[in-house]
Design a protein around this ligand. Sequence first.
Ligand code: SF4
Length: 71
Amino acid sequence: ESRAEDGHAHDYVNDAADASDHARFEEGQLCENCVFWGEGVENGWGRCTHPDFDDVLVRAEGWCSVYAPAS
Ligand code: SF4
């Protein structure tokens, strides 16, 4: 399965540090602690359940602008 590239959707980046100047980014936000983070993590890559990331894996240490904290 293909891995997301920077800019895939919603200003996605594979390294959350690259989002540090994004208006919506807050320190500590990572795909792996996002409510959309899914199952099946392998080698730091996993599924994102947001429909705009249906076709790719995202990186645990990535980020995008529809991030929402997992409760
Ligand atoms: Fe990562 Fe969450 Fe964006 Fe999916 S919705 S790419 S898990 S920050």
